[in-house]
Write a protein of this length. Structure first.
Length: 131
């Protein structure tokens, strides 16, 4: 298993506490959420519609560009034009992904492990293009 590079010691402690809580209470929390949804189905559906992928046209376009950029990289790997490294730029092994700063230019990316890619997406906002 790959070790995760945490931002600081406090971040590591919070994440471990969250994992322990989910391991201990996950089933009952899922059951409580399912019960609430069954009792408030119309309200839950309205919430889902409001936040769904088609709630604003820009979100759908961004998702389309995201898939397109990933597909371009996958095809380049399959053709042998680029090689996915065993270790990402972050120094970790495991699942290595292409991390795009701008989806409109699919061949400009960084190789990052999955946890570092998620952290990078959270900490570094994408370009402010009107997707």
């Amino acid at each position: 298993m790959t070790s995760i590079r945490y931002e600081d010691e406090e971040h590591r402690k919070r994440r471990e506490a969250q994992r322990r809580w989910v391991a201990k209470h996950g089933d009952e929390n899922r059951a409580r959420a399912a019960k609430w949804r069954a009792e408030n189905l119309e309200r839950a559906r309205a919430y889902d519609r409001a936040r769904g992928p088609h709630s604003t046209p820009l979100i759908g376009e961004r998702k389309r560009l995201t898939k397109w950029a990933s597909q371009i990289v996958r095809r380049a790997i399959a053709r042998g034009e680029i090689v996915r490294p065993e270790i990402g730029e972050c120094g970790h092994a495991g699942i290595i992904e292409s991390a795009h700063a701008d989806y409109s230019d699919p061949m400009v990316f960084r190789w990052l492990c999955q946890p570092c890619h998620r952290r990078w997406d959270r900490l570094e906002p994408k370009t402010k293009r009107p997707y």
